[in-house]
Design a protein around this ligand. Structure first.
Ligand code: ATP
Length: 443
């Protein structure tokens, strides 16, 4: 890795970014010079550029009073593009042609009035702005000022840590100041394939011993849990959170034993499968992280689960899913395991009461292939088939409209699902036979 980008930044930008962005970035540096502002690329951008990873967000820090707003305004006038300002936060977003965006923020410093509280924010210089960040690898800046274009600011040894694939906070109080960094650290470990420095593991242990996580608000904790359970690497992440006693720091009753390890690993594959399954569209509200949360809390006693959910205070929809009927779920799974040739319509009647996330959990949990197949049949959405016949057809047959229609159509769906009928003709024949007495012109 070559951290010295003074000669090559322009070239690298052209290699890694589409033209509207690779042109806008140096232009922002020039505009900054005109306005007397110092402009830097910061955060994940610099890290990912040096790691040759795909760049997702473009974050620019602007040093100078109301720097972000002034730079954004100047640039949007010059280029005739849209800008959105958030003066209260000292940030602005530029919207470039092609649906690209660049986020600008005025450099600031942060102090923590109390551990785990939200920080107090004041204007600060670029050094202070880098010092408020989480890890050394995220505390690098690249200067965009024309006379120093591509100069790297690396006050905390981030380049060396990138080379050694190591995560390190900037000061010993960092994890207690903001315990969400504990979660961020573990996610970066998995996503980047990095490791926390050994002394940083000790810092996490110290923060946990001081109950750092319990001081986080439910909303912030929920957000971290949601991110952590949404990764393709969630299974190894959870295993590490178990080993480092971070799960216990979230809630002492959360255990990560071998069975949870097996199920979360299996669930990871199931989620991948489900993401590409033809029937996934039948479950529009499906949330992968909820499936992982269901697996993580599968063995919590009822009261403890309630306590845990109350602490996170999720939306009513998520709350309802987590509180699914686990006893009946277990019964359904055992029934499928014991009767591999169960009729499809019976499988449907067993499963449709559960949230799809719970069904995927059961699918990951079972070790019996036929039961897994049955659960996948449901998740494939084949179970949501509709009969060929509709209400109009029943009316034409002379059946008086009423609640009976629902029953007939449901039974027709079951027949189709089980492969007992294939055509509309067969369905209508079946209706005539079964419901003859209801036909108006039967006699
Ligand atoms: P990615 O977008 O790939 O997840 P990122 O580093 O851009 O990585 P963001 O969450 O977008 O992550 O944060 C942007 C930058 O803001 C980070 O690089 C980091 O410098 C800083 N940051 C984010 N969260 C924190 C935090 N809790 N404490 C300190 N700095 C943070």
């Amino acid at each position: 890795m070559n951290p010295n980008l003074e000669k090559s930044l322009d070239q690298r930008l052209k290699q890694e970014l589409p033209p509207p962005l690779s042109q806008a970035i140096p232009a922002l540096g020039r505009m900054g010079e005109k306005l007397g502002l110092r402009v830097f690329l910061v955060g994940g951008f610099v890290r990912d550029l040096l790691l040759h990873r795909q760049i997702l967000d473009i974050d620019i820090a602007v040093e100078g009073r109301e720097g972000a707003a002034r730079l954004a305004l100047g640039f949007s006038r010059q280029e005739k593009i849209l800008v959105q300002g958030y003066p209260h936060f000292g940030t602005a977003t530029l919207h470039l042609p092609g649906n690209y965006r660049i986020d600008l923020a005025t450099t600031r410093k942060e102090t923590y009035p109390a551990p785990a509280a939200l920080p107090r924010v004041r204007p600060g210089n670029i050094h202070e702005d880098l010092y408020r960040r989480d890890f050394t690898i995220n505390s690098l800046a690249l200067c965009l000022h024309p006379s120093e274009f591509g100069k790297m600011l690396d006050p905390f040894g981030g380049c060396l840590d990138l080379k050694r694939r190591r995560l390190r906070v900037l000061h010993p109080r960092s994890f207690s100041d903001d315990p969400t960094r504990i979660f961020r650290a573990l996610r970066f470990e998995q996503r980047l394939g990095f490791r926390l420095a050994p002394d940083n593991l000790l810092l996490i242990r110290k923060a946990l011993a001081a109950n750092a996580i319990s001081r986080l608000s439910g909303t912030r904790l929920l957000a971290e849990i949601k991110f952590s359970l949404s990764l393709p690497e969630t299974a190894p992440l959870l295993a590490r959170m178990g080993r480092l006693r971070i799960l216990a720091g979230i809630d002492p009753s959360l255990k990560f034993g071998p069975e949870t390890a097996r199920v979360t690993r299996s669930l990871q594959k199931s989620l991948q499968w489900f993401g590409t399954a033809a029937g996934a569209g039948n479950f529009p509200g499906f949330e992968p992280w909820v499936a992982n949360l269901i697996a993580l809390t599968a063995n919590l006693p009822e009261k403890k689960l309630e306590h845990f959910v109350a602490r996170l205070a999720p939306s009513a929809k998520v709350r309802k899913k987590i509180a699914w009927d686990r006893t009946r779920g277990k019964m359904a799974r055992e029934m499928l395991e014991a009767n591999p040739r169960m009729k499809k319509s019976l499988i449907f009647s067993q499963l449709h009461q559960f949230p799809p996330e719970a069904i995927l959990f059961l699918e990951a949990q079972t070790q019996k292939e036929p039961a897994r197949k049955a659960l996948r049949f449901f998740l494939h959405g084949q179970a949501f088939t509709k009969p060929e016949t509709d209400g109009q057809d029943l009316k034409r047959l002379g059946i008086p409209p009423g609640p009976l229609y629902r029953e007939i159509l449901a039974r027709l769906r079951d027949l189709k699902m089980n492969g007992e009928t294939r055509t509309k003709k067969q369905e209508l024949e079946w209706v005539r036979k079964q419901y003859g007495p209801h036909l108006r012109n039967h006699h």
